[in-house]
Write a new protein. Structure first.
Length: 104
């Protein structure tokens, strides 16, 4: 299992906002069926490593097809092979640590 933190910054002539571009990328992500979470700065997606790498390629292709002349992708991947960790497991572990520290 792997968790991908994905930021896409595509360029399209005459378009200043990323809103349309992010919407195209999100459609590809949501169509994949992989668990995901849109945040203000990136999208978090979990799946098998090959699925995530393939998904990045599909996003790139969809944006090029939509008229973008450049697609800049920033990807951070946490790939664990010793155990399955889901994206919300990581959040809950930090929240538990905060609660424990507040109780000390």
């Amino acid at each position: 299992m792997a968790i991908l933190d994905l930021t896409v910054s595509p360029k399209k002539r005459g378009v200043e906002s990323f809103r349309e571009s992010v919407a195209i990328a999100e459609e590809v992500i949501r169509t994949s069926g992989l668990p995901n979470m849109l945040t203000p700065m990136s999208t978090i997606i979990e799946g098998e490593l090959d699925e995530l790498l393939d998904l990045m390629k599909k996003i790139d292709e969809a944006l090029i097809e939509a008229g973008h002349y450049r697609v800049y992708i920033i990807a951070k991947i946490d790939h664990r092979v010793d155990k399955t960790v889901r994206m919300m497991d990581k959040v809950e572990a930090v929240e538990a640590e905060i609660r424990q520290r507040e109780g000390s």
